[in-house]
Design a protein around this ligand. Sequence first.
Ligand code: SAM
Ligand code: SF4
Length: 351
Amino acid sequence: MMKQTHNATIEKARSTAELSHEELVELLNLPQQQLPSLMAAADEVRQRTVGNQVHLRGIIEFSNYCRQHCCYCGLRANNNDIDRYRLTPEQILDTARTATQAGYRTLVLQSGEDPLFSPKTIAELTAEIKKMGVAVTLSCGERSYETYQLWREAGADRYLIKQETADPALYKCIRPGHTLQERLQCQHWLKDLGYQVGSGCMIGLPGQTVETLARDLQLMKEMHIDMSGMGPFIPHPKTPLHLGCTGSIFLTLKMLAVARLYMPWLLLPATTALASLHPEGRELALRAGANVIMPNVSPEEFRSLYQIYPGKLNHHDSITDYFNRIKQLIEKEGRSVAIDLGHSFLPSFHQ
Ligand code: SAM
Ligand code: SF4
C-alpha cells in the first residue's frame, strides 16, 4: 500500500515539476528500495530536458586564505593547522591556458574570501581568461554590489555562492555573524547584473531535517537558480562542527534526483564531496540526474592544501590526462562531454 503511494508521487514528478512541500518531503523520505525508481525517473527527465551531455568545469582553487569563520569549513580563518597558499596571477593564467588546451570550456576561479586578492586583480584575471574563449565562473564569497559589477564587466559569466541551508536559524549557527538574508541578497544582486547563478546546500548538517532540505529546493526554485551544487557535509576535525556526522550518500542521491525532477533545467554537478565518500560517487550522481562534473585543475603541488573537509578527492594526473580520464568515465555511462560553453538552460525553459 505504502509502496504504491510512493510510486504515484514518483510518477507525478516524472510528468510535472509542480510538487508541493509535502510531496518533496515524501520523495526525500523514500526508503532505500525505492531509490532505483526515483533515480530512473530523474534520469529520464534529465535526458528529455537537458540531454545527454555532461558539462566539465575546470576548477582552479587559487587561494585557501579566508577571512570568514564558517563552522563547517577547514579553510576558516582561525584554523592554524593548515598550510596556506596563494597562486600568483601568472600561475593562474598558466593553469587556465593548460586547462583550455586540454578541452575545458568553463573555468571556475574559487577561493576563500582572501582580502589580498583585490577586486581589480580578479577582474584582470577574468578578462585575460575570457580571451582564451572559455566561460568564466567566479566563486569568491560575499562581496559588494560594486565588486560583482566590476567582475561582470570584466566578462565573468557565472557566480557560485551556495545558500548552504534554507533554515535561517541553522544558517546563523553555522555562519556566525551572517544571515541567510545577506547571502540571498548577494544572489539577487548577481541575477540583476546578468550572472548565471549557482547555489546549493550541504546535506547532513547537524540539526538539519528532511523538511529543511525540501525547503532548500523550494528556495532555489524561488530564486531562479541556474545551477545547484549539493553534496554531503563532511565534518572537518579542526572546526566547531567536528563532532557532526558525515552526510548520507543515499540522501544525497535522493536530493539530486528530486532536484532534477523539481527543477528540470538545472545544471547539476556530481559533486567532489560525493566522489570523496564513494568510489563511484560521480557515476551514481550522473545516474541520479546530474549533468556537470567539476574536476580540480589546480597545479598539483597545491591540490591537497585546499582542505575544506578531510579526505577530499585528489588526483596526481596532469590536467590533460585527468580530463581524458573523466571523459572516459562519462562515455562509459553512455553520455558525452559537452563541447559548447555550457550556459544555463533556464532562459530557454521559460520561453
Ligand atoms: N569561499 C567561497 C564560499 O564560501 O562561497 C567559496 C569556497 S567554499 C570552500 C565552497 C563550498 O565548500 C561551500 O559553499 C560549502 O558548501 C562547501 N564546504 C565547505 N566546508 C564543507 C564541508 N565540511 N563539507 C562539505 N562541503 C563543504
Ligand atoms: Fe571561507 Fe568559503 Fe570556507 Fe566559509 S566556506 S570559511 S567563506 S572558504
